[in-house]
Design a protein around this ligand. Structure first.
Ligand code: HEM
Length: 236
């Protein structure tokens, strides 16, 4: 490919990475709000509420469309990320003489590819654990107090993190993955706005600060869920 065409395609890739990345940030907020229901004290009502919520999320047509956009965004973001990372490595095979990574650039910005890969592995494991079980597994279905026929995703989720043998391992896997997400977002959030062309001295500082707050608070709130289920919530 001619150099200018390569550059053009790299710019288009960066644009789509930013677009899908920022969309996935909105997914994270919605997913977190839904998952916070898992912190409710154990009861039949809490179980019904979470399972009815999961049923709504998988059957409501508007939410289903959003879900497909989410899956496509994850694929697009991951594939583009891998291509860009490989391309950048090839373009700069030798380190600069004055290359002092720790002082010149932040650790996260230099390791977006590795962080993204860790997150992708997490998403595959995570979807296999819950989403695939709900869609294709043999999860027990029951009738809630309001008469809805639901699969018992609540019990599956709580038991996964409370399991005597593997529960703690899952908690550790989730916490490490949330740390990777935090670092990925600490660079990715503000960088996404830059790639989309939102670059104005008036807003840059705010976007950067908001990005850091987002990168800390969202993964922290996610991490609290398995930790609390394992150590704090009544055993089921
Ligand atoms: C620690 C906290 C988390 C818990 C307890 C959790 C739990 C679940 C459960 C129960 C499901 C299936 C039902 C549903 O769609 O709501 C699900 C789906 C999913 N989760 Fe998570 N999740 C967590 C964190 C994350 C994170 C951090 C990501 C992304 C980086 C993620 C990505 C997904 C995706 C892509 C789906 C499929 C969603 C869909 O079908 O629309 N989850 N999660």
């Amino acid at each position: 490919m001619a150099k200018s065409a390569l550059l053009k395609s790299s710019l288009a890739k960066k644009y789509w990475m930013a677009f899908t990345g920022l969309f996935l940030c909105t997914f994270l907020v919605g997913h977190l709000l839904g998952n916070l229901q898992l912190l409710l004290p154990v009861s039949e009502a809490a179980r019904d509420q979470f399972n009815e919520y999961a049923l709504f999320m998988t059957t409501n047509p508007a939410v289903m469309i959003l879900s497909y956009v989410t899956y496509i965004s994850i694929l697009f973001h991951a594939i583009d990320g891998i291509v860009l990372t490989v391309r950048n490595r090839k373009a700069r095979p030798q380190k600069y003489v004055n290359f002092k990574p720790s002082t010149n650039t932040r650790w996260a910005s230099r390791n977006m590819g590795i962080l993204g890969t860790v997150i992708l592995v997490f998403i595959v494991i995570h979807m296999q654990m819950f989403w695939a079980e709900m869609k294709f597994g043999s999860l027990e279905a029951y009738s809630t107090a309001s008469g809805a026929q639901v699969k018992d995703l609540y019990t599956l989720t709580i038991q996964s993190f409370q399991d005597a043998e593997y529960g703690l391992i899952w908690v550790i896997v989730y916490v490490i993955s949330m740390i990777a997400i935090a670092f990925h977002l600490s660079h990715g959030f503000a960088s996404g706005f830059q790639s989309l062309g939102v670059n104005h001295p008036k807003y840059n500082n705010f976007i950067k600060k908001f990005g850091y707050a987002f990168a800390i608070l969202i993964p922290l709130a996610f991490a609290i869920i398995p930790i609390y289920i394992h150590f704090g919530l009544e055993k089921i």
